[in-house]
Design a protein around this ligand. Structure first.
Ligand code: ADP
Ligand code: MG
Length: 334
C-alpha cells in the first residue's frame, strides 16, 4: 500500500495530544453547571491508536470537541502537535481530521463522490483525488458500493463511508467519536484493519468507544474516562493488572466425586459451581495458585479438559467504574 509521507511538523519530540488540567463547564452561570471535564490530564504519543473508554456522559465527546477546536475549555490547556487549541485553532485544524458523532456523509452523492468531494474540500490536487479514492475504497472494502448513493446503504456502511472519508487526506492526527459503533462485525473488520494500517504510517488516532472489545482489539493504549477524568491510563496489560488478579477456571473430570469439591475449597475461591463432570471456579491470586489448584485436583481424579481465562477488559472496566461510584457519587454529570 502506497502512502504519501505525512507533511507534518516534527512530531518526534512532542506528544501528538497533550491535555493538562482540562475543565469544561456547561452552563457555568446557571444554578447547576455541568462539569463535563474535571481536571482531565492526557498525553498521547505520535503514532498511537489511543482509546477513550467510558459510559455515556463521561465526557469523551466534550474532550474531542475541545481538541478539534469546536468548543473552548473553561480552564486548563490542550495542545495538538504542540499547538494550543485555544490560541491557534486555525493551525490545529490544519493538522487534524475528525469523524464526529454528528458528522454525516452527503447522502445524495455516491460513495466515490463523497470521497472525492472531501478530497477537493481539503485541497488535494485533482489528479491525486481519484488515486487516493481508489486506495481508500480498497482499504475500507467500499469498492463494490462505489456508485451507490449513500442514502441507499445500510447504517453500518454509511458509517464506514464517513470513516473512510477522513483517510482521503494525510493529516497527522485523526479523531473518531464512536466511529465504529453500529457496524456489523464483517464491516468492522475492514474498518479496524484500515485504521491500524494508517496508524502504522505514523498517524495518531484518538477514538472514543463504549465497546470494550473494540478498544481491546484496536488500541495501543486506553484511558478509562469517568465523570470527566481519566481514572486509569495505560496499555491493556497495565489496566488489567490494576484490578486484583482473578482467573476463571473450568475443569472437566472423568467422573465427579465429592473429594474434588473438598480439595478445591482448600484454595482461595471467589466462587465455585459444579454440573455433571465439570466444575467452574474463580480463583483469586497469582498464576502459581492456579497451577497448584489444578495439580491438586488432578491427583484426586484425572482431568479430561481444563480452561483458564484471566479477567477481561470488561471486568476491569466494571470494577474501576464500580469502585468510583462507591467512593465519589456526588452528582454533577447527568
Ligand atoms: N452542549 C451541552 N450543553 C450542556 N451539557 C452538555 C453539553 N454537551 C454535553 N453535556 C453534558 O456533559 C457531560 C459529558 O457529555 P459528553 O462529553 O457528551 O459525554 P460522552 O461523550 O462520554 O457521552 C454530560 O453530562 C452531558 O449531558
Ligand atoms: Mg459521546
Amino acid at each position: 500500500m502506497v502512502f504519501r509521507t505525512l507533511e507534518i511538523m516534527n512530531l518526534n519530540e512532542k506528544p501528538a495530544i497533550h491535555a493538562v488540567d482540562l475543565v469544561k463547564l456547561y452552563h457555568p452561570k446557571s444554578k447547576h453547571p455541568v462539569r463535563a471535564l474535571d481536571n482531565l490530564n492526557l498525553e498521547i504519543a505520535p503514532g498511537e491508536i489511543f482509546g477513550l473508554l467510558g459510559r455515556n456522559g463521561a465526557g469523551k465527546t466534550t474532550l474531542l470537541r475541545i481538541l478539534t477546536t469546536l468548543v473552548r475549555p473553561t480552564s486548563g490547556t490542550a495542545e495538538v502537535c504542540g499547538v494550543d487549541v485555544v490560541k491557534e485553532p486555525y493551525r490545529v485544524r490544519q493538522s487534524i481530521c475528525a469523524v464526529l458523532q454528528e458528522n454525516a456523509a452527503e447522502i445524495f452523492l455516491s460513495v466515490l463522490d463523497n470521497l472525492s468531494t472531501y478530497g477537493r474540500f481539503h485541497s488535494i490536487p485533482s489528479r491525486k483525488i481519484r488515486e487516493r479514492a481508489e486506495m481508500v475504497m480498497a482499504q475500507f472494502g467500499l469498492d463494490e458500493y462505489r456508485n451507490q448513493k449513500v442514502i441507499d446503504l445500510s447504517g453500518g456502511l454509511k458509517r464506514r463511508v464517513q470513516v473512510a472519508k477522513v483517510f482521503m487526506v494525510d493529516k497527522p492526527v485523526v479523531f473518531m467519536d464512536e466511529a465504529t459503533t453500529g457496524m456489523d462485525p464483517v464491516n468492522k473488520r475492514a474498518t479496524l484493519d484500515a485504521i491500524r494500517e494508517h496508524a502504522r504510517q505514523g498517524r495518531t488516532i484518538l477514538l472514543t468507544t463504549h465497546i470494550l472489545q473494540e478498544a481491546e482489539e484496536l488500541c495501543d493504549r486506553i484511558a478509562i474516562v469517568d465523570h470527566g477524568r481519566c481514572i486509569a491510563t495505560g496499555d491493556l496489560q497495565m489496566i488489567k493488572s490494576m484490578v486484583a488478579k482473578a482467573y476463571d477456571i473450568s475443569v472437566t473430570f472423568e467422573r465427579m466425586r465429592p473429594e474434588i469439591l473438598e480439595t478445591a475449597r482448600k484454595f482461595p475461591l471467589l466462587k465455585i459451581q459444579s454440573s455433571h463432570n465439570t466444575i467452574e471456579l474463580s480463583v483469586k491470586g497469582s498464576d502459581g495458585s492456579t497451577f497448584a489448584l489444578l495439580d491438586a485436583l488432578s491427583k484426586v481424579e484425572p482431568i479430561v479438559h481444563f480452561e483458564v481465562t484471566s479477567a477481561s477488559l470488561e471486568d476491569v472496566f466494571l470494577e474501576l467504574l464500580g469502585n468510583r461510584e462507591e467512593s465519589a457519587d456526588n452528582g454533577g454529570a447527568s
